[in-house]
Structure formats: C-alpha cells, structure tokens
Design a protein around this ligand. Structure first.
Ligand code: HEM
Length: 485
C-alpha cells in the first residue's frame, strides 16, 4: 500500500533490506559510500531506490550523468531555493524571489561572467600575486616548520581568495573566515532540518558571525570598489537592481565566501600532499615550471599562461580531481523524463522523484580506469589516443556539468596549479605524508581524510639552494586558460 508503483521502463529497483526506510538509513550513515557499495554489488548504470512512497534514482553511468546534467526537466533550482532559505538563512522578505526561475537566472549570470574572460584574468593576476607574496615571505635556507599543514594551506588560501574576491577592503580576516568550516561540516544536517538549533548550534552561530562581519561591506557599498572582483561587484549590483536592499546582501551573498573555498581548500590539501610526498613527481613538475620561468637578477617570473599547458602538471591536476572529488549532483524530476545511455538503452524517470549521482562512482570505476583506479597515477592522462581521451574525460565530473557547471573551476585550477608550481620551483618540502581518503561530509564535494596515528606530522618548507632570496612572480600576459566557452 505504501510502496510506489513502477513502470517497467523505469530503472531497475533495488529493494532495501529493512523495508521502506532501509535505504535512507544507509544514505544517512554511509553518505556517498553507500552508492559506491551499491554500484560494486549490482554494477547497474542506473537504479531506483524506494524510500517510503518516494523514489530516488541513482545514476552511475557517465553518459546518463551527462544526460541528467543537460536535461531541462531535471531541476536543481528547487534545491538552490531550499539551500538559500534554510541553510544560508536569507531574510524572509528575500526568500520568495528564490522561487522565481527568471530571477534566479538573472542573478546567476554575473557568476559565470565574473569568472571568465577578462574578469578571470584580472582575478587570476590578483590571486597569483597573493600566492607569490605568501611564498616570498618564506626565505633563507632554514625555511619554516609547519606543524599543521592543513591549517597552513587553509589559512593561506582564505587570505589569497578573499583578497582576490573582495579587494583591499576585504572584511573577512582569516580568523573570521575560519568559521566557515564550522558551518560547512553541518550543512547537510541544517538542510534536512533535523533540529539544527540543537545539533548545529555552532554551525549556525558561525554562519551568523560571518554574515555580521560582511554586513558593513555591503551597507557601505564597498562592493563597488574598483579593486573588488567583477564576480562580487556585479552580483551585488544585479541583486540591488532587482530590489534587494544593501542590508540583505550580506546574507544573500554569503554563498560567495563559502562556495569559493569549500571545495577548493580540500582539493589544495590533496594536491599538496599527493605531489610533495613523491620526489619523482616534484622533479618532473620542477622541470616543467623551470621551462616557463624567466630569471632576471633576483626575480623569477613564472609565465602562468604557459604553465597551465604543461602536460605532466596537468596530468597531476586531472588525477587529483579524479581521485579525490566525490561531489554529488541532486535534481528534482519536474516532468516525466527519458534518459538515454551510451548503448542506446532508455530509462524513464517519473515526475516527483529525486535523481542523484555521486561522481566517485564514475571516477573510480575500474571498467573505465583499470585495476589501479584507486591509485594516484598521473601517467594515465599522458599519450592518450583521441578515443581514450574522450572516454576518460567523459567519465570525469569534478565540476558538475550542463547549466550548473561550476563557474569557479578555472579560478580554483589557477590558484592550486600556480601554488604547487611555485613551491616545486623554489622550495624543498620534506616529511609530507598522504592521509587515508574517506567519503566526503554528506553534501560536500571533496573527500575528507584521516591522518595516521602521528597526525600530519611536521612538514618542513625551505628554499632550494640558489633560491634562498629569489623573489617569485607570476605573469598572466599570455592569457589565462579559459574553457568557459
Ligand atoms: C576545486 C574546486 C571546486 C570544485 C571541485 C567545485 C565543484 C562544483 C560543482 C560540482 C558544482 C555543481 C553542483 C551541481 O551541479 O549540483 C559547483 C557549482 C558552483 N561553484 Fe564550484 N567548485 C570549485 C570551486 C569553486 C570556486 C573557486 C568558486 C567561486 C569562486 C565556485 C563557485 C561555484 C558556484 C557559484 C556554483 C553554482 C553554479 C550554479 O548553480 O549555476 N566553485 N562547483
């Protein structure tokens, strides 16, 4: 009586061991690990999980994920709305706007525009300048000992990214911005509405604190400053033009301070440990960076426009995105929808159900990547035939796809590739270990980690011989890799 009815054209049904609620218990306890486990057991391109009288379609095949991302009848908007109202906590007078798809489309435009073309080059130049400043502060043969490599990278990125986004008058100091992680950990719980005031008290307080600090920035129209990124400036201007008062902007623009670091920071941490724990990998990257660096007296200028084209560094970047990204896409089926797989097989998704995918299934699928799918092996990206490249790239979804493709993907790549490139060039990094990879927090896009019994240990960062006082710079004059078209 309670279970939903099925059309034979719908994806195969996997019944839960505990009737009605078994799947939801597994999703709550195992997060994305549950979808991996189901895929290993059943190897289905797509399946249906009944939960009470609802259906969840879990999509595993790369071609079906891509079709779902392109589909106009699988909607993300309903989740965006829920996120802003219940998780970000926009003021009630603003909340009705989030139900209007036209308004959402209008205020989304500045996101992609602010992070592509000339705006991207501007923000990249500021970001890379920030990275150079951070590294130039570490001089001399002895260098520094870093007791908390995670905290060091997190704070560094926060300083660099917040400055690049909000300009010189950036209100979010590192100390304030650290609270973002308190919020980030509990997003899923707040989104589910499971007594967040009780179970996510600290997360809600962290969110409110950041919004309070952001408020004078918008109230005093500092967002209109010339050195503020087009991303922040134009988004606030578009919202004001649609009637959002300045006093509401700190809340409705809170996602800027969060989305720019929430996936970028863990990706930076995985990139750093994956590269600097492997001397042979560092050596190959160093050779590539040297080949695009001009040394004049005591200044080494890295030509970022050419750095971004270096094959091995790029292979490492793809490999890190493949291994450590496990983001989840979630869509609401607003009309009956047919998705077609690569083999032509069609599946019917019924109106009112939820469709989701977790990209780790595709990123670690041994049918696609081979028996060493769980290993860091950048070489798998080198010397590919066009058909092999198509197959591998077609199975990668680190930044989503379709209408909601991440607009910040190029900026994230610039920060991370620029940073590890410059470190490889001018520094020796010792005692780096790679933690065990875990599933992400529910709702997060990148895997968490678990250090061994001694924790991350102490990492030493010191200048290479001959580079003790060399000033590092970046040039972006040759243009910035921009795959936004
Ligand atoms: C390695 C770093 C990053 C990863 C892995 C990542 C991943 C993603 C993914 C998977 C989505 C799509 C979600 C979906 O379709 O369900 C997304 C959307 C988004 N990302 Fe990123 N992101 C990263 C960095 C950034 C940065 C640096 C920014 C901003 C400066 C940013 C801003 C956004 C925004 C605004 C959206 C929403 C787009 C929309 O709904 O149309 N991201 N990101």
């Amino acid at each position: 009586l309670i279970s939903p009815a099925y059309d034979p054209r719908e994806p195969p049904v996997i019944k839960p061991k505990i009737p009605l609620i078994g799947h939801i218990i597994s999703i709550a306890t195992e997060a994305s690990g549950y979808y991996q486990r189901l895929f290993k057991k059943y190897r289905l391109p797509i399946c249906t999980l009944p939960v009470l009288n609802y259906k969840i379609y879990v999509i595993n095949s790369p071609a079906l994920i891509a079709a779902a991302q392109r589909s106009k009848t699988l909607s993300f908007e309903v989740f965006i709305r829920h996120f802003f109202i219940n998780v970000i906590g926009v003021p009630q007078r603003e909340s009705a706007k989030f139900a209007d798809p036209k308004w959402l489309a209008t205020v989304s435009k500045p996101l992609a525009a602010g992070l592509s073309g000339e705006s991207l080059r501007e923000i990249a130049a500021v970001g890379l300048g920030g990275i150079a400043r951070e590294l130039n502060a570490v001089t001399g043969e002895k260098g520094v000992r870093i007791g908390d490599v995670e905290g060091w990278l997190t704070d560094m990125l926060s300083r660099v990214i917040m400055r690049a986004l909000y300009g010189e008058k950036n209100p979010l100091s590192v100390e304030v911005h650290r609270s973002i992680w308190e919020f980030d950990k509990k997003i899923f719980l707040i989104a589910l509405g499971l007594a967040p005031k009780l179970f996510a008290r600290k997360a809600l307080a962290a969110r409110d604190e950041i919004q309070k600090v952001l408020a004078p920035f918008y109230l005093n129209r500092l967002d209109e400053g010339e050195d503020v990124s087009a991303y922040v400036r134009n988004r606030a201007a578009t919202k004001r033009a649609t009637g959002t008062p300045s006093e509401d902007l700190a809340a409705t623009e809170f996602d800027v301070a969060w989305a720019s670091v929430t996936n970028t920071t863990p990706t930076m941490i995985w990139t750093f440990v994956s590269i600097f724990s492997r001397p042979d990998v560092v050596e190959r990257i160093r050779t590539e960076v040297l080949s695009v660096t001009t040394i004049d007296n005591n200044t080494a200028t890295i030509d970022y426009s050419r750095l971004q084209e270096q094959p091995f560094l790029n292979a490492c970047w793809q490999e890190i995105l493949r291994l450590y990204n496990d983001g989840q896409g979630t869509r609401f089926v607003i009309e009956d929808t047919v998705l077609r797989d690569a083999d032509g097989q069609e599946y019917l998704l019924k109106k009112g159900a939820v469709a989701l995918w977790t990209v780790g299934v595709s990123h670690l699928n041994d049918d696609i990547w081979g028996a060493d799918a769980h290993e860091f092996r950048p070489e798998r990206w080198l010397g590919l035939s066009p058909a092999e490249e198509k197959k591998q790239k077609g199975a990668m979804f680190p930044f989503g796809g379709g209408k909601h493709l991440c607009p910040g993907r190029m900026f994230a790549a610039i920060e991370i590739i620029g940073f590890v490139g410059a470190v490889a060039l001018a520094f020796e990094v010792e005692d780096v270990t790679v933690p065990e990879m875990l599933t992400p927090y529910p709702g997060a896009g990148v895997r968490r980690w678990k250090w061994g019994p001694g924790g991350p240990g102490e990492v030493r960062l010191r200048r290479r011989k001959g580079w003790e006082t060399m000033e590092i710079k970046f040039s972006t004059e040759g243009g910035i890799w921009d795959n936004s078209k």
